[in-house]
Design a protein around this ligand. Sequence first.
Ligand code: ARG
Length: 593
Amino acid sequence: MTGVASLAQQVEQAVGTAIGAVLPERRAADPLIRRSDRPGVDVQSNAALSLAGAAHRSPAQLAGRLVEQLATEPGGLSATVSVAGPGFLNVTFTDAALWGQVAARLADDRLGVGTPQAGVRTVVDYPSVNVAKQLHVGHLRSTVIGDALVRVLGFLGAEVIRENHLGDWGTQFGMLIQYLLEHPEAPWQHERLAAGTTAVAALDELYRVARAAFDADPAFAGRARTRVVALQSGDPDTLAVWRQIVAESQHAFQQVFDRLGLLLTEADAAGESRYNDALPGVVDELVRQEIAVPSAGALCVFDPAFTGRDGAPVPLIVRKSDGGFGYAATDLATIRDRVGRLHADRVLYVVDARQALHFRQVFAAARRAGWLPDTVDVEHIAFGTVLGADGRPFRTRDGGTALLTDLLDAAVRSARRVVQAKNPAMPGTEADRIAELCGIAAVKYADLATSRQQDYRFDPDRMVAFTGNTGVYLLYAHTRVAAILRRAADPAKLADAPALDPAVPVSAAERALVLALDGFGAVAAEVGESLEPHRLCGYLYELARAFTAFYESCPVLGSAEPVRTNRLALCDLARRTLAQGLSLLGLPAPDRL
Ligand code: ARG
């Protein structure tokens, strides 16, 4: 489904056709459509400047020819087009065309947004945390960015498969299981763990004490290693304890995911353990194809494309010298499975930028092995680090790893102060509810609004501010529009597409708002391509500002008909566009706060 073409897209199409008619050999040239900042001009095309050479004319002459050609196109643009400066095409849409776009978008549940990703089967690997440890600051970005991408791609029609590639297998489980079996009295045993939020804290503690015992006591370390063998050979008692650890971790993770409002469920778990049986076959196949070769007792893939500082190739170790399979082998088995069994067209790994080399090596090896055809697009959706006030990776005051829940709590506390200051009379429980909603939204938005690759500072007070490019600002912008619509005398009129009067003159602020609203589909599609949610954040912020400017200069409820109906329709579209945009980011859009 292509959706409603925006006015800018209509110009792009029309200028493209005109270029084809005037200059057939350059019919594929980009019409170079840009928003214009000149008063009275909506968009401009810079094509004549770049194509003048090929046309053997001056840019102004070519622009003149394009204007003539545009006038002859059947069903042409509802706009005036003129040549300006050295050869720009200036386009100003008619007021009726602007109202027409508003009506067309309002008439569609999807606001006229198309489904350019229809049928693209897309696996999103996130947040892929390691079990038996608490979620920490390092997991914030993968959960938030991954979830936003799942939402955007799904909205654009992609068949999205969420996979939480849990780190649920490996030699560390030998030590955890052995410790649990040797300390049946320990508080992290199943009955105690089921108590809820403390579950994963207890597992974290288990990890700590088991690790300490492993490092300090060679006899325990030996028993832990034997336990790894038992786990790998499928010993039922060992597997039972392992399952218990994984299940407890998952419940605890899910509580945080739910608090964050993620789409992820426990059913999305596709842990490393799932690929365990496939690993020997994967490695055998790599050896058979002479892609993996012996090196110092291990089996490694060397690729001249990946060299270290000394110029020597960096190995991708698929089987360690002790015979164990590692992270790389598991990721190769996973790719093979996602392509072979899930028939993925696209696989996205939402993982910290520090794993960039790992993914490049894995993707390259999978391509060589024939598991990853060129038709499948795999991408490492890398992201930067969350920093503290000191500009260094975020840590607790005593230098420890900050828990994700502590970060969220800090933001909720900041939001609580803001809510209280704004409305001192609000009952405490209500203020708590709003603070939770705003605090979480603020954290998610601040994360998404920074360009993915960049690091950013975690600053709760700035994140929950009511002004500036914050999630709280956008939530309030939405409530303001909702309040206007609530006060409208006849809200029922909004339900069925209101009859807009196309003859109502459009003011400058209205024009800017309509053009912003008309651009929503293009931005959504763009985020689906670039996988950069900050572009949607920037768009929604500009939209909210355009709405504010409109509302400040254009009375809505107090104006006479037919202006009132048109302006209410504009409010309705603005509210729905903001709500849809927020929902794509995984944020709520409450009508009141
Ligand atoms: N569990 C890994 C870690 O914590 C991240 C896994 C990312 N996904 C993947 N398919 N490798 O570093």
